[in-house]
Write a protein that binds this ligand. Structure first.
Ligand code: GAL
Length: 410
């Protein structure tokens, strides 16, 4: 009997007729992986098989390179995690499906906030499906260490440095930070937004205004950024962001500047916000929100009815309430649709949601939301070199940065 039941269940669940969809992404850390599996499972429920094309590497730099190689050789995947102005680069060369050919986008205007819509629009057309809104400018605190040392939540940079000194004196790592180009630059971005404010941040990193890029305030940004270096742990050179977040989980480090995908990882480990860790604004950043919106593009490659159907099911599922809730709870982000009851999310997500709707929003340039990855990759290298070279000079660095931006934008 048992055998018969097993056979029946195998037959029912068999995916011999399932359509497959190959998707490139870089969600490989704990938390990211759980979120990706939710996506995979929900697709399978609709008889669509997830063909995993995951490229490890924080911030997606390697994934985008591999995608370029695959696309150039005429064999792109079916879909890929591409965001911000890079969507336009792919659309320009005519490789992407217009989303309105895949699904009815007539309700997007009502359903999705303007910033979200803009992030997936190129030349007036939707070219990607958005899935989440991450906040980048967070400061995370390890609650046990802060309680033990009786430290205040640092709201100013003075208070931050005072707290960091005490943590160091007590034998903990003040700042969980993996030494990699993208993490260095993300840290810089949070400092820059805090010191410059939203308007000047946009003038510098979206409009590339030379006067702002080389201003005395920008030099201040670089100098403050450099002061953070001595609070990091030199053993973390070359480590990924989640390895740094693990130091917070293990009560070894007390603070981390990171986007809320780190919360996704702690969620997967069963850690609770405000019990195990605290989420707070980067010092002197109240009312400022740097956003990172993940989205999927579809490559134009196969016009069979079955393939079209798979794309439609995939796109529609991404914006369904069921998916938006389950995925974003795991990912650490907030839903892209306004209609979802945020009360079912944790308090950090609720703060993110409130700020996303009320704060001044700026695109995260280190997350590829402000420029193409070509420019962004060069900018983040200059920033990281400055951070890691004790002799590097802030004045000279702002000049190189603005020169590099000018050269690429020509
Ligand atoms: C970002 C991506 C996020 C997050 C992060 C770290 O580029 O948008 O979803 O996972 O990388 O991997």
């Amino acid at each position: 009997m048992k055998k018969v039941i097993l056979l029946l269940s195998l037959l029912c669940n068999s995916n011999v007729n399932a359509e497959a969809i190959e998707v490139l992404h870089w969600w490989t850390a704990k938390g990211e992986l759980e979120a990706q599996r939710i996506l995979e499972k929900m697709l399978l429920e609709q008889n669509i098989e997830w063909n995993n094309f995951a490229i490890v590497g924080e911030g997606g730099e390697s994934a985008v390179r591999v995608l370029q190689l695959r696309a150039l050789s005429g064999n792109p995947p079916d879909a890929a995690q591409i965001k911000g102005p890079d969507i336009g680069e792919w659309a320009k060369i005519g490789m992407l499906e217009e989303i309105k050919q895949i699904t009815d986008t007539s309700l997007w205007q009502q359903k999705l906030p303007q910033i979200v819509r803009e992030s997936v629009t190129f030349d007036g057309e939707y070219m990607a499906v958005p899935v989440n809104v991450h906040r980048v400018n967070w400061l995370w605190l390890n609650k046990a260490i802060f309680d033990k040392l009786d430290l205040p939540v640092p709201a100013t940079w003075d208070s931050f440095f005072a707290v960091a000194d005490k943590i160091k004196a007590a034998g903990y790592i003040p700042l969980a930070h993996g030494g990699s180009v993208w993490q260095d630059a993300s840290l810089f971005e949070s400092v820059a937004l805090s010191i410059l404010g939203g308007e000047k941040y946009k003038q510098a990193f979206v409009e590339h205004n030379e006067a702002v890029l080389t201003s005395p305030e920008m030099i201040r940004v670089f100098k403050l950024f450099k002061r953070l270096h001595k609070y990091t742990d030199s053993n973390m050179l070359g480590k990924d962001w989640h390895e740094a977040s693990q130091l917070i989980s293990d009560n070894k480090a007390a603070m981390q500047f990171m986007g809320d995908w780190a919360k996704g990882m702690w969620h997967a480990q069963g850690k609770q916000p405000m019990v195990d860790y605290i989420c707070t604004d980067v010092p002197e950043s109240k009312g400022l929100f740097s956003y990172n919106i993940d989205s999927f593009v579809f490559f134009e490659k196969n016009s069979s009815a079955a393939h079209q159907k798979t794309q439609t099911v995939f796109a529609e599922m991404l914006l369904s309430e069921k998916f938006q809730v389950a995925f974003n709870l795991a990912k650490g982000s907030i839903p892209v649709t306004n209609a979802i009851e945020i009360g079912q999310f944790d308090s950090c997500a609720q703060k993110s949601f409130a700020d996303f709707n009320n704060a001044e929003l700026v695109p995260s340039f280190t997350s590829n939301l402000a420029s193409t990855s070509h420019l962004r990759n060069i900018m983040i290298k200059i920033i990281s070199n400055y951070f890691n070279n004790p002799d590097a000079d802030a004045q000279r660095t702002v000049k190189s940065l603005s020169l590099a931006i000018r050269a690429i934008n020509k």
